[in-house]
Design a protein around this ligand. Structure first.
Ligand code: ZN
Length: 407
């Protein structure tokens, strides 16, 4: 017997029903149908999209990972006067999706399924619908003719640290492609996002000295020292919340410090020898993460003399885990004004989650983030996007057609 279906209340389900007036629906279904979980190859999707774009006359360049199992696709529809290099608009999306392992889904995650006014499937929000909408508009862009180049930048391995897109960007910079700006279609509810925080993360490893817990002075307790450092980080977080500089355009308007994992000890009657924990700093542009990290390191060093009185091999060590730069495209920049015009928005927002926008920004390609769906629906079982968001995305693309059409 089947478990009761919580989605039934939304209406009948269908993966083939039409969504009246939504041109991109067929393309969304196609892209969702490729299982591009980050650990898998994305080449089937890339080859399909490349075939589609080349059949419309696009110039395509692939950049591969070391094993040639995954690829980025950079495609250009040149302007009417043959310009493929300068002043174009980049539509950027990652092709990979997070795993569905261990999640309970009520629909097939790799089949876009319409139920009521929502579409379910892995990647419908994060973030195949945006790319699909841009791709579905290609015939319309061509019919109108382009006054400036239009590029597609489809990447691999975004979900595991924005890895793939770096090769794509290196390649276009090396080839002298100089776009006017880039629109990254991560889910923002179709609101214009012009900045996100930077993020750095580290692992702290504390090596103490084992002893019987009845004889604690003979040991060095790695768990307790680690916890003192974690408390230092917690106090740092409180200080930013209570006294830090704010930027109210952000969802969380101050720099945050967070410890997410801690492992230590083996048994209650043993003074623990090892403990490690992972922490991150998500910082606003006016806070320097390296300076903050140096403070944490200096605090940790204070424990060493006492530790080494017991055992000279004890230590506190830090390993850098990841670094994602932040970015802030000025709200009055050309690409931000374009984003406002396309989205019919008046204001802009800044967010705390990272995207590939910062990588484009670092390569002197001004970027904004705007895409259908909400980040809260990403990475979840039964990931969904509202049909209304898809319509808004399509309207955004149509206005882009109007903006960059030759006539
Ligand atoms: Zn994403």
């Amino acid at each position: 017997m089947n478990a009761p279906d919580t989605l039934t209340a939304l209406g009948p389900r269908s993966s083939t029903a039409e969504i009246p007036g939504l041109v991109a629906w067929e393309m969304i279904r196609t892209l969702i149908g490729f299982d591009t979980t980050s650990r898998e190859s994305n080449l089937a999707l890339i080859d399909w999209v490349r075939g589609y774009l080349e059949s419309h006359g696009a110039q395509c360049t692939l950049t591969f990972d070391d094993d040639r199992r995954k690829a980025n696709l950079f495609a250009t529809l040149p302007s009417k006067d043959g310009n493929a290099m300068v002043g174009g608009i980049v539509l950027s999306g990652h092709t990979d999706v997070v795993p569905v392992d261990g999640q309970s889904w009520d629909t097939n995650p790799f089949e876009a399924t319409l139920i009521g006014d929502r579409v379910f499937g892995r990647g419908v929000t994060d973030m195949k619908s945006f790319s699909a909408t841009g791709l579905a508009m290609v015939p319309e862009f061509l019919r109108r003719g382009l006054a400036r180049p239009l590029h597609f930048a489809l990447s691999y391995d975004e979900e595991i640290g924005c890895i793939g897109v770096r090769r794509l960007i290196d390649d276009i910079v090396a080839r002298g492609v100089k776009p006017l700006g880039c629109i990254v279609g991560e889910p923002t509810g179709m609101e214009l996002v012009v900045a996100h925080k930077g993020k750095k993360s580290w692992r702290c490893r504390v090596r103490g000295h084992e002893a019987h817990s009845a004889l604690t002075p003979l040991g060095v307790n790695a768990v307790q020292i680690a916890c003192e450092i974690v408390t230092y980080l917690t106090n740092m977080a409180r200080a930013f919340r209570d006294q830090g500089e704010y930027d109210d355009a952000y969802d969380v308007p101050f720099t945050t410090v967070h410890t997410g994992v801690i492992h230590g000890g083996t048994a209650l009657n043993i003074v623990p020898r090892d403990c490690h924990f992972d922490f991150e700093i998500r910082y606003l542009p006016f806070d320097d993460p390296d300076e903050l990290f140096a403070e944490v390191e200096a605090y940790a060093r204070r424990f060493l003399p006492e530790m080494r009185k017991v055992d000279s091999d004890t230590y506190v060590a830090f390993d850098a885990l990841s670094a994602m730069p932040g970015f802030d495209t000025h709200g009055e920049s050309e690409i931000a004004s374009l984003g406002r015009a396309l989205g019919e928005a008046t204001g802009f927002r800044k967010v705390s989650f990272g995207t590939e926008a910062s990588r484009f920004h670092s390569a002197a390609i001004p970027a904004i983030v705007c895409g259908p769906g909400h980040i809260a629906q990403a990475h979840q079982p039964n990931e969904w996007v509202a049909v209304d968001q898809l319509r808004r995305c399509e309207a955004f693309m149509r206005r882009l057609v109007d903006r960059i059409a030759a006539a």
